[in-house]
Design a protein around this ligand. Structure first.
Ligand SMILES: C[S@@+](CC[C@H](N)C(=O)[O-])C[C@H]1O[C@@H](n2cnc3c(N)ncnc32)[C@H](O)[C@@H]1O
Length: 255
């Protein structure tokens, strides 16, 4: 029987390497970004309007990495707390906090088991964090525990389509289905981490089981004239002009 703590160790090791290769160097530019944008192709929040007014809201970011999303939320007037599993990622986030004079709590923890009380937040956010790297059967109930009744959950993850079109060995998505949808819930990349990519139906089932009502699923394409991202070889801009590359979900706790 597989021990879930093995997945944590694998993912922590992956993100320690990615931090050294890429995210540590990239963090400064992201913290300095002039506005809140979503995803690989930088779609402005002002166009999508998924967050609403976050002024004065208590927000928790699950799998915050270098915490640039939390920094953008703080600049918009929210009170963020960032949670992440990987010390190297949090070290980068702390350095950026000092450089940008922005201070908020950063907690080293598994987003499936956060050491904070129930009903502490108005908004739970994950941008390629817990929503990719944690088991939805564990982190969604944890998000529901942390958020106050009527509070919201917003998360951005790889689209179902891109997950099925990326080759087994990694690399950019092609224009054919290369893996079955049955089985994408848990994906182990060769030499990489353990990810979770449920189908849309599975997301809705898990969200509703924890008391969330789905508000919207925004399927994000690359805007015209986008450039293919440099480090993450998931999809080219041309691919993402044709198929949604990211799923941006919003839900409200109605229980
Ligand atoms: C792609 S980063 C997301 C952060 C940021 N938005 C970004 O794009 O760089 C993924 C982050 O999830 C974190 N992570 C992976 N598994 C986790 C877990 N079980 N609990 C908390 N964080 C986790 C990793 O340490 C990593 O920093």
């Amino acid at each position: 029987m597989r021990d879930p703590s093995d997945d944590l160790a694998v993912n922590r090791a992956v993100w320690t390497v990615v931090n050294e290769e890429f995210t540590d160097a990239q963090a400064h530019d992201l913290w300095a970004a002039p506005e809140f944008v979503w995803g690989l192709f930088n779609i402005p929040e002002r166009e999508l309007g998924v967050l609403g007014d976050v002024t004065g809201l208590d927000v928790i970011e699950l799998g915050c990495g270098t915490a640039y999303v939390s920094a953008w939320l703080a600049k918009l007037g929210a009170r963020p707390v960032g949670v992440d599993l990987t010390p190297a990622q949090l070290d980068t986030a702390r350095r950026c906090q000092e450089r940008f004079g922005l201070s908020f709590d950063l907690i080293e923890a598994n987003a499936e088991d956060v050491p904070l009380p129930d009903d502490s937040f108005d908004l739970v956010v994950s941008e390629y964090g817990a929503c990719v790297w944690c088991n939805p059967e564990r982190w969604i109930p944890e998000a529901a525990r942390l958020v106050r009744p009527g509070g919201r959950l917003v998360f951005l993850t790889n689209s179902v389509q891109v997950t099925m079109c990326v080759p087994e060995a990694g690399g950019h998505a092609g224009d054919r289905l290369l893996r079955p949808q049955n089985g994408t819930s848990r994906v182990e990349w060769p030499g990489g981490g353990v990810e979770f990519h449920p189908s849309h139906g599975d997301w809705i089932r898990v969200l509703r089981a924890s008391g969330f009502e789905v508000e919207a699923l925004h399927e994000l394409y690359a805007p015209a004239n986008s450039r293919t991202p440099e480090y993450y070889d998931i999809a080219t801009a041309e691919w993402a002009n044709n198929w949604p590359v990211e799923d941006l979900w919003t839900a409200r706790l109605t229980r």
